[in-house]
Every structure is written in structure tokens, then in C-alpha cells.
Design a protein around this ligand. Sequence first.
Ligand code: FAD
Length: 480
Amino acid sequence: MADPRGFLKHPHRRPRPSRPVPVRLMDFKEVYERQQKGTTQAQASRCMDCGIPFCHTGCPLGNLIPEWNDLIWRDQWEEASRRLHMTNNFPEFTGRVCPAPCESSCVLGINQPAVTIKQSEVEIADEALERGYVEPVPPQRLTGKTVAVVGSGPAGLAAAQQLTRAGHTVAVYERDDRLGGLLRYGIPDFKMEKQLVDFRIQQMEAEGTRFYASTEVGTDITWDALRDSYDAVIVATGAMVPRDLPIPGRGLNGIHFAMDYLVQSNKAVAGDDVPDQIHAQGKKVVVLGGGDTGADCIGTAHRHGAVSVTTLAIGKELPSERTEQEPWPIDPRILEVSSADEEGGERRWLASTVEFLGDENGNVRALRVAETEYNPDGTRTPKPGTEQDIEADLVLLALGFTGAEPQTLTNQLGIEFTNRGVIGRSEDYQTNIEGVFSVGDAGRGASLVVWAIAEGRAVAKEVDEFLEGSSRLPAPVRPS
Ligand code: FAD
């Protein structure tokens, strides 16, 4: 185990070092920096190697956290990388963007701040990339079976890598011009730079996975044709139908879905020419929604040079229960806020949207809000007499996603959807059509990168078993 007295010697949690806010707002490069190795080792030594490590179960991937904390403390980075990659195909992604449910499960967190597990993960992952420990792992034999994976987000990539390494011939179809799903065009570079996605694609290509970008299944090639050409099909198309806000004034210019804004910004950061880009420079921006998407809009708008950024979220917490030190939803055992929330802007809680107000040219000029009243039956309504207007000339709707896109999947393949708007599937991730599996956000609804990777690994085992009769691949999670 790591130093048995580590948590006594180092009672303080040292969070990741980040670039100063005024400096990092000048570019889209990553906010966080590498930590001094000695600090990471001291922090890893705080791990108590509990008899029952709840962090294992807190992590959907079942990461072997106490083992790699011990290896960090002992300065054995290559072995730490090997252990980390045993359960996680892409630790440099989760080490950057995961909300770290493992840390919320850390036993040390009961009476000290939790171990900086996410920091351990990202340091091992980055060290491994830097020192060249991560190499292609091509299959030792080919099975002759073929699998199509539709969608190149973390779920599709994890499934494709597992199945390729198991010897199947795997092709990934992606409708976007670049691969990576929301890792590429949702999550901004200041949270995760895209050369990390490029590196993994190159690794996978070297292992034998084939990629077809700019190819929309359902349009460029039909789902039936895909089903007929491959022995199994995995639908990893995400859950990107955005939730709208149908209140008066919704049709005014300057009101956009968050993803339209973020995709364009990510393309511009990648060097693309984006005509008529939705841009926040010089604008009063209002972001509706307080999740990851909302936070990414805040960070992007600040980097674009917005005049003001106001975020509205409905939460049960009353504003009076929040303090200046704790302005935003945070895990009380970890006590850290997201990078975008450190960067400024105003937050409003319990605000109900009433209507958008426009000017004579049809452009949005303000958003009318009111305090939210909770009714005895659980419904929420604007409280009469509390209305006020927030000036806005760019409004971004980051209100979550209602599910996966059903059209071509239903029409061409007869895939059944659940009443939650996602693709129905049984215990083995198989849909109502034999040999067609669904994974990641497409099957569980909008979720997290760590769940997408975990499901990608698990569906690979089911597909392998479907094709071969048995499988030795790991299955960390069941479909929810
Ligand atoms: P996706 O990543 O959505 O990938 C699906 C892919 O399928 C897309 O590339 C799409 O173009 C492609 N596709 C769809 N239909 C077709 C078709 N017919 N043919 C071919 N290709 C198709 N999670 C975290 O853990 N931490 C974060 O910080 C975080 N930030 C986020 C920020 C934003 C703005 C958003 C929107 C989400 C964020 N998430 C975050 C959630 C996380 O990104 C998703 O849960 C995860 O990417 C889901 O992976 P996936 O592979 O299931 O789907």
C-alpha cells in the first residue's frame, strides 16, 4: 500500500495547478497544468488502501485506484500506466473531464478531503504519453468476423478498440468531418486539447480499426445495408436532441442551442473557417442551464470577449444557502468548483424564464425572469410580482438533451425507442433487432465520458460473445 502514514503526514488536498484566470482567458489552451511530481506522489500517498476500497465501485470502470496510488508513491510510473490501462482505454480523457465519482466514494473523505484520485489518473496518463508507454496493441489473431460501430464518441471508440484487439475487423462510421464525438466538438479545448483524441485515433488505426468520417449512416449508407454487410452493428450515436424552451419570443435572432455555439467555436479553434460564426465578442450573454454544457458556454463566452455572462439555473438550493466561497454546485467532500465557474460571470438561482423580449429588428434584447415558486404538487411556476429583465443579446440554451435521434433508425431498421427517448436494449445491450447493439448516451441518455467508456467496454464483451459464443473481455457495467 501507499505510505501507511501518508494521510497523517499530508492532511491537505493539493488540487491541480491551473493557469491564472486572466492568462488562460486569452486562449483556448487547457486550464490545468502538470503537477510537480513530488506533490503528486505525496498526494497519492494519502490513499489508505482501505479494506473495502469504495472508490472501485464509485468508478463505473472499476479503476484499480489504490494500486496505482501506491505505484505513484513508489515512483513506478510504467507499471502504474499498465494498471490504469487495464480498466480504462482512455485515461487521459477521464483524467481531465470526469467529475470523479471515485473521489466522492473515497473513505478518507469522511474526515479529511478525499484523495486527489483524478489528479493521480491524469498524471499517470500524461506521463505514459510523454514517456511513450502507450503503444498500439494489435490483435494476435483475426476471427474473420466484422463489426460496424456507428458514432466515434468515447462509447464507440472504447467498443471499437476492445473488439479490434479481440481480433474482429471493426469499422467506425462518423457523420462529422472529424472523429471523437462530443470529445471533439462538444467539450472545448480549455478542458481537453484535441491532440489527445488524435493520438488515440492513430493508435487505433495502427491496431487495425478502420475509420470512415463524414459518413452519416441512414443517409450516406442505410442502416439495412450496414446490418447486411457486417456480422454485428453497434449504435453509439449519442443523445443530442436538445431540450428547447418554448416561451414567447423564442423565435428572435440571437437565441441558439448551446451545441450550435460550442461546435462552431470548437471548429474555429481547430483552425476551420466558420462563416457567420455565433460569437460572444462584445455581447451580453445569458446561458440557460447549469450543467457541463452551460459551464462550457460560460468558459467559451469569456474567451470570446463577452461583455457580461449571466447563467440561470433552477436548483432546489436557495440562494441564501450559498456563500461566496461556495457559489456553485460542488461536492462538499471535494470542495472544488469547475474552471469556468472560477472565471467570472454572474449566477442566478431559482430563476424561472417568462419570455424573451426583442427589439424592432427582431433581435433578442432581454430575458424576462421571475423567482420560482414550488407548488405543493411539485410543479414550479414563476412567482407573480417578482419579474425582472436581464439584458441579453446572445442567449444560449443549455437545458440538456431529450434523447437520441430516432428517424432513420426507426424507419430503416425498426429500432424501438423507450419512453425516455433513448434506444431500448436488453441486459446484453442488444436492441430489438438481433445483432444490433446500443451503447453510451444513445442507450442510457445524456451522461458522462466515464460511463460511455465503461459501456463501450461492456458492449464489446457482449458483441464478442454474440460472435464467438464466449468472451474473455471485461464488462464493468450493465445497461441502466
Ligand atoms: P457522443 O460523444 O455524443 O458521440 C456520438 C457520435 O455519433 C457523434 O460524433 C455523432 O456525430 C455520431 N453520429 C450520430 N448519428 C450518426 C449517424 N447516423 N451516422 C454516423 N455518426 C453518427 N462528460 C463528462 O464526463 N465530463 C465533461 O466535462 C463533459 N462535458 C460535456 C460538455 C458538453 C458540451 C456536452 C454536450 C457533454 C459533456 N459531457 C461531459 C458528456 C459526454 O461528452 C457524453 O456523455 C459522451 O461524449 C457520450 O459519449 P457517446 O460516445 O455515447 O456519444
